[in-house]
Ligand binder design. Structure first.
Ligand code: HEM
Length: 74
């Protein structure tokens, strides 16, 4: 939460913004799970999201579902 607000962008996008971007995209959960574990850059800008080696695949799935369950863009 130092990097992501629930709504607003800090270092990374707000989780509500992520939910809004992937609304209706059935493939998003699987892609976000990988990005949570492996890190990401270039989708929201050129700031890098670092890998999260402490997060297991099961936890990354739960986190991806939780992010996508946020109320989009509130
Ligand atoms: C387990 C903890 C974390 C979770 C669940 C998480 C989740 C996410 C998600 C779902 C995205 C959107 C990816 C996309 O739309 O393709 C994202 C992007 C991003 N996150 Fe995180 N994040 C975590 C930790 C962090 C940390 C610690 C930082 C900062 C050091 C960070 C910085 C960013 C940045 C800069 C982006 C944009 C990357 C891009 O443009 O592709 N995240 N994160």
């Amino acid at each position: 939460m130092r990097c992501h607000g629930m709504v607003t962008k800090f270092v990374g996008p707000g989780f509500a913004q992520v939910a809004e971007r992937y609304q209706g995209d059935a493939t998003a959960a699987a892609r976000l799970r990988e990005k949570i574990m492996q890190g990401s850059v270039g989708t929201w800008g050129n700031v890098i999201m670092p890998r999260q080696p402490q997060v297991s695949a099961a936890e990354a799935s739960a986190l991806a579902d939780w992010v996508l369950a946020q109320t989009p863009g509130r």
